[in-house]
Design a protein around this ligand. Structure first.
Ligand SMILES: [Zn+2]
Ligand SMILES: [Zn+2]
Length: 108
């Protein structure tokens, strides 16, 4: 019987072999799924930093369709999107500070 390898990120299984494994891990679909998986745990501040590291996708930001979509190596963040993320980051930091106050010191 062929051993099957299950990929958590892609939620799929495939017959296991070193070659298939290597091929899967470097596949476009897998990389995209993996990134989406980790992005879920990123907060707004981290996402902002990520986007700041990328150069802008000229195609997307000039209003054209970018066929790479979410997996584009360039940033698809618009000015409005950046501002929204900054707001979100501030909000998250406020929430975090609130949680760090020990219960004893919190006035009820
Ligand atoms: Zn996968
Ligand atoms: Zn793009």
């Amino acid at each position: 019987m062929v051993k099957r390898y299950y990929c958590d990120f892609c939620d799929c299984s495939y017959p296991y072999s070193d070659e298939a494994f290597k091929k899967h891990r470097t596949g476009h679909h897998h990389i995209k799924q993996r990134r989406a998986h980790y992005d879920k745990f990123k907060n707004a501040r981290e996402r902002l930093e990520d986007e700041a590291k990328k150069s802008k996708c000229r195609r997307f930001l000039s209003g054209q369709e970018c066929s790479f979509g979410d997996s584009c190596v360039f940033s698809h963040l618009t000015q409005a999107g950046t501002e929204a993320l900054q707001q979100l980051a501030l909000e998250e930091e406020r929430q975090e500070r609130k949680m760090q106050i020990p219960t004893a010191q919190r006035r009820t």
